[in-house]
Design a protein around this ligand. Structure first.
Ligand code: BGC
Length: 724
């Protein structure tokens, strides 16, 4: 973390010495403007309150002029001239939307993750924003939970890498720079494990699971100097995170060494009353402050509740001062005291914006996952004359944004229809939606079938509306909503009878449970929500100009009853026996996922061979070089992704059947081969012992390398871990 200049430290102490209690609480308060709505609307910001020092921070304010005016009021019309933190949910871009986070994770490319955060930060900062409520680092193994779309997916290793890349991207080399914003790692901790995938529900995971799965991404963010952290809405084993002193002051601050600002989630301090742990705003405010929450987002609990809490001795002035100091220190680190207007003053050039859209297209194309390609239905034949785009997502530009569209305009996104028409100017690209995304009206199916007749190929654009994933969007039936299945089955039947290939494209913020579609479509793509360049990106893939390279960062279940399903499960004492009784399996469904973690086809055909490790015996201080030969046996250039897993064969604590430790990528021309090298620092193989302390146990570790977490696809080697 950037250390404060002596001058800033003095300034902060001088300010603290001059502040009234109200002004201090103003610094600990963040109120919502109403330019975008991200929670129950409680109050608009009041400029008089900023003048009076009762509001020291804002969120949901969009536009450079508005941000500048609020900063002006704060620094020119309030008594102590303290600038504002201005925060926004810059989740996957600000005005230029990149694919939703889960889609971007499918790139498995840290540099790309950092780059999109950098671009989002530049664009948001040009609008006067100085704090992004991102990255979201909640590992989740439950596709019912709508917020799985916002985060790293199921792997804590991916969560760590994502945290590092995003913090670097948002905060840049210098947090004070005009194009840097403070990152907010959220939501600490365990939110991804809400009971039954139901939004805001209780979390009750073991201490081990917390430490193995949910904390590591936050630990990584803290190590990279993340400016702020947001506690989750949820309770953890009965203690709401907003009041969880053990987790916030203990684990996050003391153990992980986090010195930045803790910003509450939206209204979550007042919600301590609903949780049932506080009688009123006074108790709620006291609980949150004592737990270490510095900034109250919109609940007004600190402003109203802390003065009486102070009088009753529930909190001390020293605790309030400690939080104020942290908020002011962040403002100093952001360079706001030097120049409160450095962000939002210089408009971006048209060339910058065009370049950013180009990046958005590239990232979107790379995020698309080819789930199946039976009979090589993709790419479309070069001479395709007539293409039928069917389904409610084919001409739905606004939906391409996905949830958390920030400042992006609904009409600024390219639909599939527009993208395909641009890509195939000499072909006839016809369209019929058939049904709506949701709802019961199937009267358009017949007309859609007619559009399919005579087509060379049908592209079925199906899935969720943008608002069906994200916050407050849990689904008990995470399949195709409305009458889309009826549409798809009718199209599959009609086209099947005429031998017309049908390509399914899923727009979704989560894995969808669609085994029937995977089985019957000629090819199936997960396009997720691709962002502003959706149609162009998809056209690249469908036409074969770009080979798909995205890999799913979450396991796709074949039945809701399999959830939670993930590659890092433990073996059990009675592991899967597909036929026998008394095994850890379902009697009415296979244990196998629809698609394993890491799955994703390309237009190439890759084989992996000759796995070798050097050295094969190593101690904690060593790094093992793992090499594998990759050959592209197809007639097309494509990029292969190779995952590096490990499995400790024996350990004091039952080890997971696979642990991810690395990812490599290699692009190969047709008929060529090359060697891919991955590096495994042996210390990474340490695990939490029975006492939850990290330890590297000597013994044999299987090293597994391959294109996905599907066991049969992995090459295996052995590493002998020896004591130092
Ligand atoms: C969400 C946060 C978000 C905040 C501010 C809350 O409802 O849980 O992720 O940052 O709103 O918009």
């Amino acid at each position: 973390m950037r250390t404060l200049k002596l001058r800033d430290e003095r300034h902060i102490e001088t300010l603290l010495g001059r502040m009234t209690l109200t002004e201090k609480l103003g610094q600990l308060t963040m109120m919502a403007a109403s330019h975008t709505v991200t929670g129950p609307v409680i109050t608009g910001h009041s400029t008089d309150d900023i003048r009076a020092g009762r509001i020291g921070n804002l969120l949901n304010l969009i536009g450079a002029a508005a941000a500048r005016e609020m900063q002006r009021i704060a620094v020119e019309e309030s008594r102590l001239a303290i600038p504002l933190l201005i925060g926004l949910d810059v989740i996957h871009g600000h005005r230029t939307l990149f694919p939703v986070p889960l889609a971007e994770v499918a790139l498995f490319d840290s540099e790309a993750w950092a780059l999109t955060a950098r671009e989002a930060a530049r664009e948001a900062a040009a609008d006067g924003i100085n704090m992004a409520f991102a990255p979201m680092l909640d590992v989740s193994r439950d596709p019912r939970w709508g917020r799985i779309v916002e985060g790293p997916g199921e792997s804590p290793w991916v969560g760590r890498k994502l945290a590092e890349a995003k913090v670097r991207g948002f905060q840049g080399a210098d947090l004070a720079a005009a194009d840097s914003v403070a990152a907010v790692a959220k939501h600490f901790c365990g939110y991804g494990a809400v009971t039954a995938g139901r939004e805001y529900a209780s979390v009750d995971v073991s201490e081990r699971t917390l430490l193995e799965v949910h904390v590591p991404p936050f630990a990584a963010a803290v190590s990279c100097g993340v400016a702020a952290v947001m506690p989750a809405f949820t309770d953890l084993a009965g203690i709401p995170m907003t009041a969880n002193a053990h987790m916030l002051r203990g684990r996050l601050r003391r153990e992980l060494g986090f010195e930045g600002v803790l910003v509450s989630d939206y209204n979550s301090i007042a919600e301590l009353i609903q949780h049932g742990v506080a009688a009123d705003l006074v108790e709620a405010a006291a609980l949150a402050l004592r737990a270490g929450v510095d900034v109250d987002m919109v609940s007004g609990a600190y402003l109203q509740g802390l003065p009486p809490a102070l009088e009753r001795g529930l909190v001390s002035l020293a605790e309030i001062d400690e939080s104020v100091r942290r908020v002011l220190a962040l403002k100093a680190r952001l360079g706001l005291f030097e120049d409160p207007y450095r962000r939002g003053t210089v408009a971006e050039s048209a060339a910058t914006v065009t370049e950013r859209r180009r990046l958005a297209r590239d990232i979107a194309a790379r995020s698309i996952v080819l789930l199946t390609n039976r009979d090589d239905a993709l790419p479309l034949a070069a001479g395709v004359r007539r293409l039928a785009l069917i389904g409610p997502l084919a001409d739905a530009p606004a939906e391409m944004r996905g949830p958390w569209w920030c400042a992006a305009q609904p009409d600024a996104q390219v639909s599939v229809l527009a993208g395909m028409r641009a890509a195939l100017p000499r072909s006839q690209v016809l369209h019929a939606s058939g049904v709506d995304i949701a709802g019961d009206d199937d009267s358009g199916i017949a007309a859609a079938l007619e559009v399919c007749d005579g087509a060379d190929a049908v592209v079925l654009c199906l899935g969720e509306a943008a608002t069906m994933s994200g916050e407050a969007a849990s689904r008990a039936h995470p399949g195709l909503p409305g009458r889309q299945r009826e549409l798809a089955e009718a199209v599959l039947q009609r086209a099947g009878a005429r031998a017309i290939p049908v390509i399914g494209v899923l727009f979704c913020g989560r894995p969808l449970v669609v085994p029937w579609l995977a089985q019957r479509a000629g090819a199936l793509l997960a396009a997720w929500f691709p962002g502003c360049e959706a149609g162009h990106a998809l056209a690249e893939i469908l036409t074969g100009r770009t080979s798909p390279s995205g890999r799913t960062p979450v396991t796709w279940p074949r039945a809701v009853g399999q959830i939670p399903i993930y590659f890092g499960h433990r073996n059990t004492g009675r592991p899967t026996d597909p036929t026998g009784p008394f095994a850890s399996r379902y009697i009415d469904e296979s244990n196998e996922p629809l698609f394993p973690f890491g799955h994703g086809l390309t237009y190439g055909r890759f084989t992996l061979s000759n796995l070798r490790l050097a050295p094969e015996r190593a101690a904690a201080s060593a790094t093992v070089e793992i090499r594998v030969d990759v050959a592209n046996e197809s007639g097309r250039r494509a990029e292969e992704t190779v995952f590096l897993f490990a499995r400790r064969l024996q350990s004091r604590v039952a080890p997971p059947v696979l642990e991810l430790h690395g990812v490599g990528k290699i692009a190969l021309d047709p008929g060529t081969r090359a060697t891919l090298t991955l590096h495994l620092p042996v210390a990474e193989l340490s695990s939490l012992g029975p006492d939850l302390a990290p330890a590297l146990e000597p013994g044999v570790v299987e090293i597994l390398v391959g294109p996905s977490a599907e066991r049969a696809s992995l090459l295996t080697g052995h590493l002998q871990v020896v004591a130092a």
